[in-house]
Write a protein that binds this ligand. Structure first.
Ligand SMILES: Cc1cc2nc3c(=O)[nH]c(=O)nc-3n(C[C@H](O)[C@H](O)[C@H](O)COP(=O)(O)OP(=O)(O)OC[C@H]3O[C@@H](n4cnc5c(N)ncnc54)[C@H](O)[C@@H]3O)c2cc1C
Length: 478
């Protein structure tokens, strides 16, 4: 063989975990001359953003509604890249339905950011002038003052900045508890600031909600599986990792599967949840690596799926401030209009989301459903006359890592101290809370690390939406 004919073997990358972090890493590594294997212990891709099959109807039912915002630039890039962008719909507004059943719409007006939502904000019927003035002062303080007190919760910050009770419960609570999946009295201030600034202050598009038109299991499961296979990724479902194989002499050699097989690897990206990572690392990897994710806590989300025999909710989706129910998503309207162009004339499938659902953890499913139905009947009294055809109550106890004060100090970088071993996952250090955007960013960052080690440096992480000139002035950002 002449030297010119010699082709070095493709570097082998094993990605462990088929959630959005692992999928994003794989999507950014394809086409770069690598041999990529993706291992997923479950029989489907998508991780926490996935669906289960309803045994009665055979339909795909999402484990819980997933929604993103215009500021999620990397998630949008990922969806475009893998060809599922059409499966998501950007809504122009957020609808609020207050306790008196008054409707308010959050929609950008003609002014540039940060004043684009000022008109909608001033019209919110459930806040008084005093509440609104307090919120405006709070917004400026959040934008200008980033010197937070160590250990302070966002609830304490709000009190320290003169926020009224209605402002705290109905405004800050409504936006932040669902965005961060944490109660205000346990919430990190820096993360609250990030949601408010990225979502509502920097750019006109930041707040726009994006909702899936297809079940998550189709979007991030079946379609991703096809796309990855077409791009040469060896996707292995129902294949759990037992341990990363690493020793002092040879460094990283590969991984051992639960089935006992050894897979050689030059790089391993562990894209598993924070409470699963330690068991996958060998004793020899050192104390520092064995502590990964140890001090993070989890926060629960409850999703209640209700199929009624008649229409109940006149909106595609609606936020309900000051109630047990935080959001109602009308899947019949979203999927019927979005896909087939025909609204429902008969039954309706609603999904209720309750984030940071700590108060529901001691209740059984029947009790949770009863409380939700009661709340729903207060919003739409016709619920009492409707027949509930079917229902599911799903509480994910470890839905996300909890954004408690100081949480970012507990989140590791994607590059570990072991050569060739990278981490990904919403819980790793991205600056983002536990979201699909955070997961995708982490996957891009891990892929970036692999390419850097191969001397193919590339900037994979997409930039944030640009900050308007007026917002830069408000934020004192030059
Ligand atoms: C109920 C609920 C509602 C949510 N709502 C929203 C929302 O509206 N908007 C939003 O942005 N985010 C939302 N999230 C958060 C979002 O789902 C997550 O941040 C994101 O999906 C995390 O992706 P990930 O890849 O980091 O982790 P995961 O999705 O957890 O993926 C990790 C994968 O690793 C696999 N795995 C674990 N151990 C092994 C092993 N030993 N071998 C092989 N595979 C293994 C798991 O099976 C899993 O598939 C929600 C989460 C939940 C649970």
């Amino acid at each position: 063989m002449t030297p010119a004919a010699y082709k070095p073997p493709a570097p082998r990358v094993v990605i462990v975990g088929g959630g959005l972090a692992g999928l994003a890493a794989a999507a950014r590594l394809v086409g770069r001359g690598l041999h990529i294997t993706l291992l997923e212990s479950r029989p489907r891709l998508g991780g926490r953003a996935s669906s289960f099959v309803d045994p009665v109807t055979g339909e795909l039912v999402d484990n819980c509604q997933h929604i993103s915002m215009g500021c999620c630039t990397n998630l949008a890039d990922f969806c475009r890249r893998v060809g599922i962008g059409q499966g998501l719909k950007r809504a122009p507004e957020i609808v609020f339905l207050d306790r008196e059943r008054r409707v308010a719409r959050f929609r950008a007006g003609p002014w540039p950011a940060p004043f684009h939502l000022a008109g909608s904000f001033l019209r919110l019927p459930f806040l008084s002038i005093k509440d609104k003035l307090a919120i405006a002062r709070g917004m400026v303080a959040l934008a200008r003052d980033s010197l937070d007190l160590p250990g302070e919760t966002f609830a304490q910050w709000l009190v320290r900045h003169g926020q009224t009770e209605p402002a705290i419960e109905l405004f800050w609570g409504t936006i932040l508890v669902s965005a961060l999946n944490e109660r205000l009295d346990r919430m990190d201030v820096a993360h609250a600031r990030k949601v408010i600034l990225d979502g509502f202050v920097r750019n006109r598009e930041g707040y726009t909600p994006e909702i899936p038109l297809l079940p998550l299991g189709e979007l991030y499961g079946a379609r991703l599986e096809r796309w990855l296979a077409e791009h040469g990724v060896d996707v292995r479902l129902t294949t759990g990792l037992d341990q990363v194989e690493w020793d002092d002499e040879n460094g990283l050699t590969g991984v051992r599967l639960r089935k006992g097989e050894h897979l050689p690897a030059d790089f391993v990206i562990l894209a598993v949840p924070f409470d699963r990572v330690r068991e996958l690392l060998p004793e020899s990897s050192g104390e520092c690596v064995r502590q990964l994710g140890r001090d993070l806590a989890a926060s629960p989300i409850t999703g209640v799926h209700l199929w009624f025999d008649r229409p109940i909710c006149p909106f595609e989706f609606v936020a309900t401030p000051g109630r047990l129910i935080q959001w109602v998503f009308n899947h019949t309207a979203i999927q019927g209009r979005g896909l087939a162009g025909r609204p429902s004339s008969t039954g309706e499938y609603l999904q209720i989301v309750i984030s940071a659902s700590y108060d529901l953890l001691d209740l059984n499913r029947d009790q949770i459903r009863a409380r939700v139905l009661d709340d729903l009947a207060q919003i739409w009294p016709e619920t009492r006359h409707a027949q509930l055809v079917r229902s599911w109550v799903v509480t994910e106890h470890g839905a996300t890592f909890a954004v408690r004060p100081g949480v970012d100090a507990l989140r590791p970088a994607q590059r570990t101290s072991l050569d060739g071993l990278f981490l990904a996952g919403d819980w790793t250090s991205t600056g983002w809370p536990a979201t699909m955007e955070g997961a995708v960013r982490s996957g891009y960052m891990a892929a970036e690390g692999v390419l850097q080690d191969l001397d193919r440096p590339t900037r994979l992480v997409r930039p944030d939406l640009p900050t308007s000139r007026l917002s830069r002035w408000l934020l004192a950002e030059g």
